[in-house]
Write a protein that binds this ligand. Structure first.
Ligand code: SF4
Length: 295
């Protein structure tokens, strides 16, 4: 029997959804304009046909009815209206009675277009966590990279999720604005993290799939390269200035030089100590092997 889900590649999911079944209910990203992002540049945004989604769910049920975690791809499937989302979720719940959580990537504008009441009903139906690429809390940098969001639009969305009881996992990009924007990027990112108290906070290091020159040209030549130490310093400020109650922090993505994990209210000092050692090039600090070799 062929695989029941007809994926349109490339397909992405957050690292913590590694064990989830992915249903691709939209394809691409409805915004697709961020200057640093090449994830969905080869795709035009589409909403999958409802009959096709229902058919894939029912064919998947013939393989197993045991999935407990479902991820709705692609880049912002939360753009779907509450009505469409409920239809998909109801189908999933009927087919897979053991589901514990359904998750998706979301843009702040996808969340802000829904009322708190609508978000609560989606949480009750099964949406338990949303992944939001905040990237930065700095309005100037958000404008430069053409994120299509602001400090306020993002904060409103995160607070709405909290009010509705949906968990938030927010991602920031270490090195996003290069040396020119590093201080304001770190300070304002810490400010929005503190104001929103997300459940999960992670950082990735900016990468250049089409080369540094290409990225710099996207930023009108305004990108000034950051050294590994500059990146550690930026991350230090972001963590140091974030005042959090129970947020779980992770910088364990393949792009991170230094693996840091912990609960920020409890482990902040030890994380900052590790970062200080990394900044001072202390031999006690272990960087990922590929970075130690300078690859
Ligand atoms: S919103 Fe996310 S997926 Fe879409 S272009 Fe920006 S970073 Fe990429």
């Amino acid at each position: 029997m062929s695989f029941p889900i007809d994926y349109e590649y490339p397909l992405f999911r957050p690292p913590s959804e590694a064990n989830s079944i992915i249903f691709q209910v939209t394809s691409g990203c409805s915004w697709n304009n961020c200057k640093f992002c090449e994830m969905y540049k080869t795709k035009s945004f589409k909403i999958k046909n409802e009959e096709q989604i229902a058919d894939e769910i029912s064919r998947f049920k013939n393989l197993t009815n045991h999935p407990v975690k479902i991820f709705l791809a692609d880049g912002d499937s939360f753009i779907l209206s509450p009505k469409k989302l409920h239809k998909i979720i109801d189908n999933l719940n009927a087919a897979f009675p053991k589901i514990q959580r359904i998750s998706a990537y979301a843009l702040p504008k996808n969340i802000n277009s829904k009322s708190i009441e609508e978000l609560k009903l989606l949480r009750e139906a099964g949406i338990k966590i949303l992944y939001i690429g905040v990237e930065s809390g700095d309005d100037e940098l958000l404008r430069v990279i053409n994120k299509g969001e602001t400090y306020n639009s993002t904060l409103d969305a995160l607070l709405k999720l909290k009010a509705a009881g949906i968990k938030s996992s927010v991602m920031f990009l270490n090195g996003l604005g290069g040396k020119k924007y590093t201080e304001q990027h770190a300070e304002n990112s810490a400010k929005i993290i503190t104001a929103s108290q997300p459940d999960f906070f992670s950082t990735l290091v900016l990468s250049f799939p089409f080369g540094e020159e290409h990225y710099s040209s996207q930023l009108n030549g305004d990108y000034i390269r950051m050294s590994q130490t500059d990146l550690f310093k930026e991350l230090y400020t972001m963590i140091d200035k974030s005042i959090l109650e129970s947020t779980i922090f992770r910088s364990d993505h393949a792009s991170n030089y230094l693996i840091l994990k912990g609960i920020l209210s409890r482990d902040k000092d030890s994380m900052l100590e590790k970062l200080t050692k990394a900044i001072n090039n202390d031999k006690d600090v272990r960087l990922r092997e590929e970075w130690q070799r300078g690859l």
